[in-house]
Structure formats: structure tokens, C-alpha cells
Write a protein that binds this ligand. Sequence first.
Ligand code: ARG
Length: 475
Amino acid sequence: MTDSRDKKTTSAPKTAANQAWGGRFDEPVDDFVARFTASVQFDRRLYREDIQGSIAHAQMLCEVDVLSGEERDQIISGLEHIAEDIAAGNFTWSVAREDVHMNIEAALTERIGSVGKKLHTGRSRNDQVATDIRLWLRHQIDDLTTLVGLLQRGIIDLAGRHSDTIMPGFTHLQTAQPVTFGHHLLAWNEMLERDYSRLIDCRERLNQCPLGAAALAGTTYPIDRQSSAAKLGFAKPSENSLDSVSDRDFAIEFCAAASILMTHLSRISEELILWTSAQFNFIHLPDRFCTGSSIMPQKKNPDVPELVRGKTGRVNGNLIALLTLMKSQPLAYNKDNQEDKEPLFDSVDTVADCLRAFADMVPAIVANKDAMYSAAKAGFSTATDLADYLVGRGIAFRDAHEIVGKSVAYGIHKAIDLSDMSLAELRQFAPEINADVFDVLTLEGSVAARSHHGGTAPSAVAAATLRALARLENR
Ligand code: ARG
């Protein structure tokens, strides 16, 4: 949770009351309580956004004549220097100063003198923190959508190379019907496409500026909320001051989108893990994504997909943490909300790492086409095609189903696939069967017949690949 660049954090002093709000206090806050209530240990990660928000606020205050031009310039220059110090690791974070906001504000006053104390005019940490998290998350979403796009590009590219690679399609993890590997990959792409659009939706809804809501009721200064919102790239100022400081829907929404995304990555992981096993042997993952065993020399473990599958748990946990955090909170701001950051940060970090690993690994998947083909052939995967063929010969589907069931039983008994039976063998089950049956009984015939939009035929997959690529490029 901590930024390794900002190494220094001092603990709370035992004697002095907090300078930012100590006026009405008779004794200093307990040392443990100071640490317990502080958030600087983790919210210092928001320092860039905090400074960005403060600069916009100072500019706006000058526009409405609450600050002079000279005061504004001193404040902005002081904040810019603080940003440089923090980035360079030359900033001492203090637990006594509680959070990122008060650390930066106190440092500003130390640096530029009492004019620094004017920055907090017409605002509160409540609208400040709501602004900071929105700015931060908006930026993170932009990075994550780029990573989703990168992974999608890799998947689509692999799909394009495997539009006619035949593999078994499964239901209940039992061989069902033959499909093409490219088609299976494009299913993954659709899952990710929805994840992408969920992130975009979340970004759009969070993109409102809470600045000006102040503690909860707004402020008596002649502020220009449109101006500060525009300076920070927000679409508009938020509508209601109470809602502005208490709403964390956007963080919950992000974590929900992150959980669904991780659910998808975990499903893909599960397939990769199965497919690399000796029992399936459908694909190879390059060695750089795997590890060995210290005791079993033959082992090559698919660690990356396994870890991604496992990390889904913590991302789901973060969502539940935020939902539970917000449940039953009365309006407006409550200190509970300070607990919003760590789960949110963790979901962002985890999803980013998983996407990065996948974007690198997926294009490097090597398909074992022969193993896929033999597996597709082994499970009577063209049985439905035979039933459809019989329907074409005037037999009712339920009767056709029965006939094919008997043919499959015969195949199991003889240990041969439907396509390997002779015409005479097939005709014992239905005299309507002719030599053209073999056009549909082969794996190639079976997939090629499903050439409609969204189907598994190589022609349909090639077209779907182009559509997916165009959609990606038109974002
Ligand atoms: N550190 C606080 C948080 O993260 C900032 C807002 C504190 N506001 C307050 N009234 N104590 O939520």
C-alpha cells in the first residue's frame, strides 16, 4: 500500500495537539489513537491528485477574488515544489498530521509562510478526498482500459491464426460439439469487451467534481464550481453537496467491474490450466510463465494462470469490504469512509498486474493442433450433426435423437467414431442415411456448417476476427 519512494514517516508526537483542528481540545490525542485514526500511511498515494486539486482550487479562489494573484502564485509554486520533493523521496510524512491532505497543507505553510493557510478557504477534507479519489481512479481506469485493449489485441490476433484449428467444444466439461480454437478465443474477447465497457461506464459516472461541497453543506464564499470542475477535467460539478462528500458508489462500482473482470480472467485461467495438463495437452505455455517443482523434476506448473485465478478471491473480498463499509452509513461524511482506499487500491493493483501478465502470456500460447483434433474426434462430437442430417431426411428430431443415441452406443462398443463407420453400419440404424452423410460427420464438415454470424465455422471466425479488430481500433 505504501509508495516506496516516500520512505520517511514520523510518528505522532506525544505532547502537541493537532495543529489543523486542535483548537478546541484540552489534551493532545493519544499516541495510539493518532496512529489508529491516521491514513497517511496509505493515502499518501493520492499526493499527485491532492496537489492537482489544490492548484485548481487556488486558481478558482483567485478568479472569484478570494485570493490575490500573488497569493495564488505563491501557493501554486509551493505545491509544485512539494510535488517534486515527494516524487524525489525528499518529503517526510507525519502520522501526527493524519492524512495526505494535512501533510501537504502543513508542508505548504512551512514552505511559503502563513499564506499557505489560506488554501483551505471554502473547502474541507471531505470534498477534497472525494475529489482526490475520483481523479486518481479516473487515471487508473484509463491505464486499465489500455491494458484490457492490449490483452484483447493479443487474443484476437491468436484467434485470427486459429480460425480453422479444430478442438472439442465442451458443456459440463464433456465433449459436446467440435468448435474452432479461434472461436473459443473470440468468446474470451467478448467477455473482455464487456469488461472494457463496464470500466468506461464507471469512468463516466465518476467524472463529476465534488469540490465546493466543503464539509457537507457547501460554502459561503462566492466559489465557481464550474471553473474548478473544468480545470480538473471533470464533465461537471456534482449536484448535491451532501451526496458529494458521502458517495463512494464509484469505488464500489469500480470494484464490482474489477471482480467481474477477474472472474473472466479466472475462467480463462482455469481453461489454460486444464489445457496445459498432460491429460488435455491442448496448449503449451512458454517456460517464462511457468515454474518447476523442487521435488518432481518433470513438473512445469502454470503458475501465472493459477495465481490470477487465486487473486480473484482478494478482488472479490475488496468489493464486499466496500459494500459492507457503505451499508447503513447515514449522510453525509463519516470517518468510516477512510477505509475505502486500501480495498480500492488493492483491486486496481491486482487487476493491473493480472492484465499485464495475461497480455504478455496469451499471444505466446502455442496450440497443439493434433491433440485438439484427436480429442474432438474422440467424443462423438458430431452426433448432433447426424441428428440434424436425419431431420433433413424427414425424420422427427426426437426420433433422430434416439437413432443417433443407438449409433453412438454401437460406436462405443466398437471403439470407433461415427465418421469411421461404414455406410452399411450407419444404415442399420436408419435406412434414410446416404453416402452424403460423411460430409456432415467429419469435424471439418461439422464446423463449416455453422457459418452464420456468431458461429464456429472458419469463415465465420475469420469475419468475426475482423469485426473484433475494427471495434478495438474504433475505440
Ligand atoms: N483521511 C480522511 C479520509 O480519507 C479525509 C477526510 C477526513 N475528514 C474528516 N472530517 N475527518 O476519509
